[in-house]
Design a protein around this ligand. Structure first.
Ligand SMILES: Nc1ncnc2c1ncn2[C@@H]1O[C@H](COP(=O)(O)OP(=O)(O)OP(=O)(O)O)[C@@H](O)[C@H]1O
Length: 610
């Protein structure tokens, strides 16, 4: 009975895919209804009336029946296509059906693991909305940085759907005896690859071991009578990008998973199984499954980006980067006053510096020939978000950026994954991402759910090969018309050259650079931030791994130009004590080496031959 229901679901979904490819907002929505997917009518009504979800998205239509069926699943779909509902709706559906009703004293039934605090809060918010009509289902969260004692008290009372970051969950598994998880039915890994990238690999293994949910442990625990049969436990893994990390993760946590969202054109080469050859896929349920039992050992995935996303790159020499960033931001906000933009930077110090600069930088009277009073260069509200901020400030920035109509967010990759900021129009990657998968997640903060969106990647001329790396994943970018943008700024008496030799000699670039350097010089706090940012930025640049090291070569950086990009006039040797110390140590080491080799040579030359 169950199988036939799933089969009919799969056929229906295939039909919706075709139909929806022909129309709909960017091909995101399916033409079936939530109740067609087998969800409870009250839940469907609530999704429609209170949450405004009229119909499921494509991935929801395909994956919700699979999750309801109880199978382990690996779900892959573009950013912003509604993957959170893919697991939360079936969990709520199945929990509200239980007779007798679940109680808080039954403890945790579903565990959702996420990589960051912000995502934890976001998923918890959605879970709270979903259980609105089912007051006996209690969502809750635990995450790093929160008060442990309060969390313990909440766990003691009982949390039915628990959203957690891995470190804090492990802590409670080890130390909170009142945490009941004997009824655990689901473990969901949202942004699975990122959880591993953040170094939670060991924690995850320990968690799975604690919960008796490692693939190989499971049968043993069942045999020992510690766990109910397999059907009672379901693991689900979700990400917009399939990487080697997801592969590892799937290997330890999934048992005969159903793969949803992988289609033929996504993998371009290679002979082996994505899941290390261990995976045996079932042929029933989704018709597409049988096709996917072979995958490359090092898959080159064609990333699935929102079709309506406009992707461009801007080629800028290092010394002009800051001026170009400000000019583009100004142009974007002038073009559309009410909009939201996110700028990604590589380090917390770089975020702090740019946050202070962009919040405070004003047009001086010397810039404006007519008006004497100063005015802010950017009129919008500026927020910043990174991992070194106090937890409450992170929370405020997150909430603040969501609620503003027009705002700029400067952030590190802490905001790259999963966060759903409504109405973000443009993503600027001022500092390059690492792996192509990171590019995909960053740009995924815009063009969500079929909305419009633009993405702009800054590259120095020496870094342009990064575009080839993206192309390997079928991500191709067009060049941004920078000259046109720069020419649109007033030059105040300076001659406009029709044919410019280089961007760095553009009168507007020179003009704004001088103004920025003066501004940084007169603000001691900003100057300090600029120096710290310079040092951390160069350190981060040296941290690129693998093949990317050949593109982002620190040797090719002109440190004087890097300093200019932080509004500093000084040469790098004058900037940052840690740098001076490092350089001094290096010189000493080299000096010692020279001395020893001279001595050796002397010894050799004075040694009598034979
Ligand atoms: N069926 C639906 N109809 C309308 N809106 C929806 C529907 N499903 C989800 N949404 C909304 O779409 C947005 C994106 O959802 P979600 O954050 O779950 O996407 P995602 O695929 O997990 O993205 P990412 O890969 O970036 O994590 C959210 O604002 C969510 O409320």
């Amino acid at each position: 009975m169950k199988d036939s229901k799933e089969k009919s679901g799969a056929t229906e979904n295939k039909k919706t895919t075709k139909e929806e490819d022909e129309g709909g907002r960017g091909g995101v929505f399916a033409s079936c209804s939530f109740s067609d997917l087998g969800l409870d009518p009250k839940l469907c009504q609530h999704l429609q009336d209170n949450m405004g979800f009229q119909v499921p998205t494509h991935i929801q239509a395909r994956a919700i029946p699979v999750v309801i069926s109880g199978r382990h699943a690996l779900v892959n779909a573009a950013t912003g296509t509604g993957k959170t509902i893919v697991y939360l709706a079936p969990i709520v559906h199945l929990l509200q059906m239980r007779e007798p009703r679940i109680e808080r004293s039954d403890g945790t039934f579903a565990l959702v693991l996420v990589p960051t605090r912000e995502l934890c809060m976001q998923v918890h918010g959605i879970a709270q909305k979903l259980v609105h009509r089912f007051h006996w289902i209690v969502p809750g969260y635990i995450m790093g940085g929160e008060n442990r004692a309060k969390e313990k008290a909440r766990l003691r009372k009982g949390i039915s759907i628990l959203i957690a970051t891995p470190g804090r969950l492990l802590d409670h598994l080890k130390n909170t005896s009142s945490f009941v998880y004997t009824n655990l039915r689901w473990i969901v890994f949202d942004e699975a690859d990122r959880i591993l990238e953040l170094g939670f690999g060991k924690a995850i293994e320990e968690i799975l071991e604690f919960l008796g949910s490692r693939k190989n442990d499971f049968d043993r625990e069942v045999d020992n009578g510690k766990l109910p049969p397999r059907a009672a436990r379901q693991n689900i893994l979700l990400s917009a990008t399939l990487t080697e990390k997801v592969n590892q993760f799937a290997n330890i946590s999934l048992d005969n998973p159903v793969m949803v969202g992988l289609d033929d054109k996504k993998i371009t080469s290679g002979p082996q199984n994505l899941l290390g050859g261990n995976l045996t896929l079932r042929s029933e349920g989704c018709g597409s499954l049988e096709k996917h039992n072979t995958f490359p050992s090092h898959p080159v995935e064609n990333y699935n980006l929102p079709a309506q996303l406009i992707q461009r790159y801007v080629k800028v020499s290092c010394g002009s980067r800051l001026v170009v960033l400000l000019s583009i931001l100004r142009t974007l906000f002038d073009r559309e006053i009410s909009q939201k933009i996110v700028v990604f930077l590589s380090t917390c110090d770089a975020v702090d510096f740019h946050y202070m600069l962009l919040s405070e930088f004003q047009w001086g009277s010397e810039m404006h020939s007519e008006a004497n009073q100063k005015q802010k260069f950017l009129g919008c509200k500026v927020f910043h978000l990174h991992g070194n901020m106090k937890h409450e400030d992170r929370g405020k920035a997150f909430e603040g950026f969501i609620s503003e109509k027009s705002a700029l967010l400067l952030c590190t990759d802490v905001a790259a994954r999963g966060l759903d900021f409504p109405k973000v129009r443009c993503i600027i990657q001022y500092d390059s991402p690492g792996e192509a998968s990171e590019y995909v997640h960053r740009v995924g903060r815009t063009a969500r759910l079929g909305e419009k969106g633009e993405a702009l990647l800054f590259l120095q001329p020496v870094e342009i090969d990064y575009l080839h790396d993206l192309e390997r994943h079928s991500v191709s970018l067009k060049e941004y018309p920078l000259q046109k943008v720069l020419d649109s700024f007033p030059l105040y008496g300076q001659k406009h050259h029709k044919k410019l030799i280089s961007l760095d000699t553009h009168p507007w670039v020179l003009f704004l650079q001088r103004a920025l350097e003066r501004f940084v010089l007169t603000e001691p706090k900003l100057m300090k931030r600029a120096r710290d940012a310079f040092c951390s930025w160069v350190r981060a640049y040296t941290a690129h791994r693998g093949e990317l090291k050949k593109i982002f070569m620190v040797k090719k950086l002109h440190l004087g130009h890097v300093a200019r990009s932080f509004g500093l006039k000084e040469q790098p040797s004058l900037v940052g004590r840690s740098f001076q110390m490092q350089a001094k140590k290096k010189r000493k080491r080299e000096h010692r080496k020279d001395k020893t080799s001279v001595k050796k040579r002397q010894v050799l030359s004075t040694k009598p031959k034979g």
